[in-house]
Ligand binder design. Structure first.
Ligand SMILES: Cc1cc2nc3c(=O)[nH]c(=O)nc-3n(C[C@H](O)[C@H](O)[C@H](O)COP(=O)(O)OP(=O)(O)OC[C@H]3O[C@@H](n4cnc5c(N)ncnc54)[C@H](O)[C@@H]3O)c2cc1C
Length: 381
């Protein structure tokens, strides 16, 4: 990263310590939408991190984007989730959008005045995207959409949805019939239900319905039908780096709390870290987190150099999320009974961590991606 980027990460880290960490527990337990913190993120330029100039003024490398995400997730994972899908949609429009789509959306996305989300998953499944049932039927002046989407983050607060759907359900191979439509709220589009969750509180995850929802022809991302699957797979590389960074942030918070606690708490006349079993937990946590940071940094650096990085981003998301699940449970172990108390933050980290195993492609599906890539490349190249 450049010196400027290091300085930006520092500013965000200070904001997390001063503004986020003191309030996150209460907001989370109240399941309250963190309006003030989101406004502050907009002011800091977080919503524009993946929007290039001339539309945005806070664009950074993906390595820096990952580090910023990590810091924010260290404060509260939900805040990092609140701009994850938005960053992917911004990337999609910047990379694949028509000139008109870039002009129409990117400047407002950069400030957060307009927020975006992506809608892939459906009630019948999210892993097998090519089996999706949401259809956008071509008509004279655009498309008419019918179908449902599930688990869509920020669906109420977002004014723009990058909708993955079938514009040609009969296409063979199936992915040639998939497109992305840039859909704004309007007749026929309902956000029907907020889904109850284990963690990731404060931001909404919703079910969407499209019931003969009409969109104009220029809603088609890039203007060419049938490109949506490939476009989304490229965008998801950014999404997977972001989810990996969220996992690292949560794990770092868990480690920091456990590290402090193990020095303050005494048992059998000495700080508990001096009991080898507890010291070993801390050593393993620190090692795993450091390895995860290196792996995600490597994946982000690959994308920064302009390479496709399905395998690297997949590995980072897989490793970092599994690491976070282990580290957050170990942080509970270090805290003993207090680890199970809602008066300590470790229980939140433990509830937040599993989302990163499931979101942005489950780890099982990512293992399929990694092995296919490795075979295709003839090994680890
Ligand atoms: C809080 C939250 C927020 C989310 N936000 C969004 C969002 O903003 N936008 C969005 O589009 N989606 C979002 N999702 C959805 C998420 O991406 C999906 O849940 C995920 O992709 C898995 O899809 P599924 O739940 O339908 O599981 P399924 O696809 O039904 O999978 C069930 C199980 O089968 C396994 N499996 C399926 N296929 C294979 C295979 N080929 N090989 C090995 N194992 C397999 C899976 O790994 C999993 O263990 C969110 C989910 C959650 C929980």
């Amino acid at each position: 990263m450049t010196e400027d980027e290091e300085a930006i990460v520092e500013v965000v880290a200070r904001w997390v310590d001063d503004e986020v960490r003191p309030t996150a527990r209460d907001l989370e337990h109240a399941d309250e939408y963190p309006e003030r913190l989101i406004d502050q993120m907009k002011q800091m330029g977080v919503y524009g991190l993946t929007v290039p100039a001339p539309w945005g003024s806070s664009s950074v490398s993906l390595r820096c984007y990952a580090r910023i995400t990590e810091e924010i997730a260290r404060g509260w994972m939900s805040l990092a989730g609140a701009f994850g899908g938005h960053s992917v949609v911004s990337t999609l429009i910047a990379r694949f959008g028509t000139d008109d789509q870039r002009e129409r959306y990117l400047a407002r996305l950069a400030t957060g005045e307009l927020r975006a989300t992506m809608a892939l998953t459906e009630p019948d499944g999210g892993s097998d995207l090519q089996a999706m049932r949401t259809v956008a039927r071509p008509v004279d002046d655009g498309y008419v959409i019918t179908g449902s989407k599930m688990w869509i983050t920020n669906a109420r607060t977002a004014g723009l949805v990058a909708l993955l759907c079938k514009t040609d359900p009969a296409a063979d191979p199936r992915h040639h019939g998939i497109s992305i439509l840039l859909v704004e709220k309007g007749p026929g589009f309902t956000v029907s239900r907020d889904l109850p969750k284990l963690g990731y509180k404060g931001v909404e995850s919703c079910e969407l319905h499209f019931d003969d929802c009409h969109v104009p022809a220029d809603a088609l991302l890039g203007g060419t039908a049938g490109s949506g699957f490939a476009q989304m797979m490229a965008g998801l590389e950014v999404g997977r780096i972001q989810v990996a960074a969220r996992a690292i942030g949560v794990a770092r918070a868990a480690f920091d709390d456990a590290f402090r606690y193990a020095q303050d708490r005494e048992a059998f006349g000495k700080p508990i870290w001096q009991h080898q079993s507890v010291g070993n937990l801390l050593a393993d946590m620190a090692t795993q987190i450091t390895a995860a940071q290196q792996l995600n940094d490597h994946a982000a650096a690959c994308i920064d150099t302009g390479r496709r990085a399905d395998m690297e981003a997949g590995m980072a998301k897989l490793f970092c999320s599994e690491m976070a699940a282990t580290v957050t449970l170990d942080a509970i172990r270090v805290h003993g009974g207090n680890g199970y108390s809602t008066e300590f933050d470790v229980e939140r980290y433990y509830r937040d961590a599993p989302l990163m195993i499931v979101g942005e492609g489950t780890n099982e599906v990512l293992r399929n991606v990694i092995v296919r890539q490795a075979i295709g490349r003839g090994g680890l190249r």
